[in-house]
Design a protein. Structure first.
Length: 493
């Protein structure tokens, strides 16, 4: 028995929403010049859809989710309509492009060796090792959603932690919490912030200041928590929540005496790491609305040097960057081509999740129930202080994150409903994106529906129940801090 995949869950959700559309009445809001719903203008309308047309929407939902076009007059979405792109083709290609780039980087061995070298140099200083590895994983998590990739580092980190007198939980927390906090506080993570911002109709750089400050604070708290537990185990091994397996203590002493040298970091590896840093730094520069960020005015005139890039340009950036990294690492034409193709193939699953989730919103749009759902929540939001609304967005998304552990699918499904509510509450849509991704990231630190957590505790040979006991106090602290950050962000934005 295992929990179904995100694709299976979304297929069930698609069918359920299609059936509910026969029961939920159709309705619509009046729209302003920007296309946002105007509060208090909801009214019932008829869609005039026949059963055959509804059945056709169900059949074509994945197609519409990819390249459905929204008719300018009727508002309906279909592959043969004339109007603006409603499907997620741009995000779909972007996910494949960044998958190709990340896979090429890993194929060079530069990132693995870089982290291995860091761990080796800090192997005699436990607190610095924990802080260094968690910081690197958190940075990678916040900029590119580094999560599943951490599964390859248990074979390196666990022996190092045991050698320093820690237990296996310290290694587990260093890896899972380190990367997980980065994803929770994603600044420009394309699979969380990027997809959610696209679905919310805002720039990837909107709200980056709040998310960056939040990332600094939560990363520091998490590092301090893991170090505190590790020092307690060092002083008294009997206080370990998981205990030690036969051979752990002896294995640790052997590792301490091992005179093996550090992993070799060649000139090519250094060049690849520099290119990796420059690509993500340029991505951040290209998407941040600098005029608004520096002046504090949302309607500020963009500076001449602002790029204002979105998913089409970013997809091209990562495809070009993948080729440059491959050339710099001298992978050769055949290997570079196959690696790019393999990377895109490896990321087809999250890309398809985005398409299926978008297909659900197409069904809701064509059946006219999206605004009805908005109206049902409007009564709750109406009159609520902005800070309370932001906290509610975080809380409401917790059960959704359990059912849909895929951040991309969760974002594509939830944002079309949540983003317009921000206008009703007088809150920036960027705050809604931040609260949503915090809920998704918080849940993915512990829920058994995510491979990162379950796979991690299995590789570290730590019981899942022991890991829950270890991480529970930290989860409580993080929840309080998240609510405080999104509440303050809602008030001041």
């Amino acid at each position: 028995m295992r929990f179904p995949s995100a694709l299976t869950i979304l297929a069930v959700v698609t069918l359920a929403v299609w059936l509910l559309a026969f029961v939920i009445p159709s309705g619509a809001y009046e729209r302003d010049a920007d296309g946002a719903p105007v509060q208090g203008t909801y009214h019932r309308v008829g869609t005039g859809q026949s059963f055959t047309e509804r059945l056709n929407d169900l059949f074509l939902s994945p197609v519409n989710g990819l390249y459905g076009i929204q008719d300018a007059k009727s508002g309906r979405v279909g592959p043969t309509m004339a109007g603006e792109l409603y499907g997620s083709a741009g995000v779909f290609l972007f996910v494949l492009a960044i998958g190709a780039f990340i896979t090429v980087v890993f194929a060079t061995g530069a990132l693995d060796r870089g982290i291995g070298l860091l761990a080796h140099r800090l192997r005699a200083r436990g607190a610095l090792l924990i802080a260094g590895v968690m910081t690197v994983f958190s940075v990678l998590g916040t900029v590119e959603g580094f999560a599943e990739e951490t599964l390859g580092f248990y074979g390196l980190i666990v022996p190092l932690m045991l050698a320093l007198g820690y237990d296996r939980l310290v290694a587990t927390g260093t890896i899972i919490v380190g990367a997980g906090i980065g994803v929770l506080c994603s600044t420009v993570n394309p699979f969380a912030t990027g997809v959610a911002s696209s679905a919310a109709g805002i720039s990837l750089g909107d709200g980056i200041a709040l998310r960056f400050v939040m990332w600094l604070a939560l990363t520091a708290v998490s590092i301090a928590y893991v170090i505190r537990y590790g020092r307690r185990v060092q002083r008294d091994p009997a206080k370990s929540l998981t205990g030690f397996l036969p051979g752990d203590r002896e294995h640790a002493r052997t590792d301490q005496e091992d005179g093996a040298g550090p992993p070799e970091l060649t000139r090519t590896h250094r060049l690849v790491l520099v290119l990796l840093t420059l690509v993500f730094a340029f991505m951040i520069f290209s998407v941040v609305p600098w005029s608004s960020a520096l002046t504090g005015r949302a309607d500020a005139t963009p500076y001449p040097w602002e790029l204002g890039w979105s998913f089409p340009q970013l997809a091209a950036l990562f495809l070009v960057a993948a080729a440059l990294v491959g050339i710099a690492a001298r992978l050769g034409e055949a290997r570079l081509s196959s690696t790019i193709i393999q990377g895109a193939a490896d990321f087809i699953s999250p890309a398809l999740v985005i398409v299926l989730a978008r297909g659900v919103t197409v069904i809701m749009n064509n059946s006219g129930i999206t605004d009805t759902v908005l109206h049902s929540i409007e009564g709750v939001v109406k009159g609520a202080p902005s800070a309370v609304f932001a906290v509610l967005v975080f809380v409401v998304n917790l059960p959704l994150a359990f059912l849909i552990p895929s951040t991309s699918g969760h974002a594509t499904l939830a944002m079309p409903i949540l983003a317009p509510l921000a206008g009703f509450a007088g809150v920036s849509r960027a705050v809604v994106v931040t609260a949503w991704q915090a809920a998704s990231g918080w849940m993915n630190l512990w829920v058994p529906t995510t491979a990162v957590t379950i796979g991690g505790v299995a590789l570290a040979k730590v019981g899942y129940d022991k890991y829950l006991r270890f991480v529970a106090p930290l989860l409580a602290v993080l929840a309080v801090l998240i609510c405080a950050f999104v509440a303050v962000g809602a008030v001041f934005t």
